[in-house]
Structures are given as C-alpha cells and as structure tokens.
Design a protein. Structure first.
Length: 245
C-alpha cells in the first residue's frame, strides 16, 4: 500500500507550486475535525506533519510515513519543537502494538487516492481504532468546481478522467463522495459527518500563476475555503469523519 516510486513522488510533491497553499486549506479541515483529541495517529505526514499545528496539548502522537525525506524532515521538526512523537518509517499496517494504543483520532489525509487498495488500508485503520476513535479521511474531489469547469470546456471527457497531475503523482483513484463513503462502509466504518472544502476555480498551475501575478492572494484563498458552505458538493477536496460500526 504505497506509491510505486516514492523518490519520484517526493520530488514532485516538494516542488514549489500551488500545493503548498492547498496543504494549508486542507489542514484547516483536518484540525477542525480532530480539535482537542489527545492521542493522534497520522498516516502519511508529507512535509508539514500535523503535530506542528496542534494548539492544544496532545498526549501521544504517532506518525507513519514511508517517504525517507518526509520522515527525515518530520523527525527534525519534532526535535526542534521538542515534540514527543513515535515514528514509523514504513507503509501503515495494523500491528499488535498499535491495536492497544487507544487512539482517539486517526488522520488519513490526502492518501487513499494514491494507494492501490484503499479498502485494505481502511480495514487496517478499523483494527487500530477504538469504539470512540474519530477517523478523519480526505481526498481530492472528482466533482471539484475546477474539474466540472474543465469538463464543460472540453478539456476532459468526464470528471473522473486522470489529469496530467494525477499521472505525475502516480495516483490510483479519483473519488466522488459516493465512492468515498462506499469504501468506508466496505471497511466496516460508519460515516458520521461529510463535506467538501476550499472552492478552487482553476487547476493548480492556473492558481499558482494567479498567485504569482498578484491576482489571487491568501485572503482570496481563505474566502474560497469558506465558500464551500454555499457550494457544499464542489470543494476541491472531500472529507468524511467516521467511527467503527
């Protein structure tokens, strides 16, 4: 359950493009969901692990991250900020020690679309979750405003057609909300909350050019995050909060 070429993936992920702004908007949704949770498992941390942004006391923090550069960076950040974190540099699996860990939140952020068997991943998450564990999952939205616009412009034939960026990042799936809920149910999870966030009108490349030209700034991005309340199906990414059935 991992990206086929992790080195190439890390190369593409850390490039200076609009993704750094997307990460900020994504993190808002994650933090809103897990606020106040004391024992957190994060599966896949990228370049900015969530423990850097929890403004409340966290008793236990665990990170699974197979990417060597991502993990090295996360360890350095933990040391710098004096954060106590348990690190596992490998793809996530439900081993016996984790099953007894009593997590009250599991964060699987921007990951399921990149692996070959997302249901199997969710079944492993089920195994380490307790009866009161909140499981937060987010993925890019097939029905994002910018995908619908691209389809109406004739650039893609349907909203689940892979873009150049999807191929470049070695992604395996494109989910709409029904798809995401269905795989959660298949893994034994119950969806208790769902939605989308951050209305992104254009592609990453177009948004980045807008930022560079000064047409778009971070105030605009914050406004686009809040715009999802008026267009709840069309945010750039979708999320579900789940518990065990």
């Amino acid at each position: 359950m991992f990206v086929r070429n992790l080195d190439k993936y890390e190369d593409e992920y850390i490039k200076e493009d609009f993704e750094k702004y997307q990460v900020i908007q994504r993190r808002k949704a994650v933090l809103r969901s897990v606020k106040g949770r004391k024992r957190i498992l994060e599966i896949g941390c990228g370049m900015e692990p969530l423990f850097m942004f929890t403004d409340w006391e966290v008793e236990e923090y665990t990170v699974f991250e197979p990417g060597e550069r991502f993990m090295s960076n996360a360890r350095k950040l933990a040391d710098k900020e004096m954060k106590k974190v348990a690190f596992y540099q490998k793809p996530f699996t439900a081993d016996k020690t984790l099953i007894k860990a009593d997590f009250d939140a599991v964060v699987c952020s921007s990951l399921l679309h990149e692996i070959q068997d997302p249901v199997e991943m969710l079944k492993d998450i089920f195994k380490v979750a307790g009866d009161k564990t909140l499981i937060h999952i987010n993925v890019p939205n097939a029905r994002s405003f910018h995908r619908l616009l691209a389809m109406e412009m004739g650039y893609i034939k349907d909203i689940k057609q892979f873009s150049k960026r999807n191929v470049l990042l070695q992604q395996n799936s494109i989910f709409d909300m029904d798809d995401l809920k269905n795989i959660c149910v298949a893994a034994g999870l119950e969806v208790v909350e769902s939605g989308s966030y951050f209305i992104k009108p254009f592609t990453h490349d177009q948004m980045q050019r807008g930022m560079e030209a000064g047409i778009i700034n971070e105030d605009v991005l914050d406004g686009l995050f809040e715009m999802a309340k008026y267009m709840p199906e069309y945010g750039s990414e979708i999320y579900v909060n789940c518990v065990k059935k």
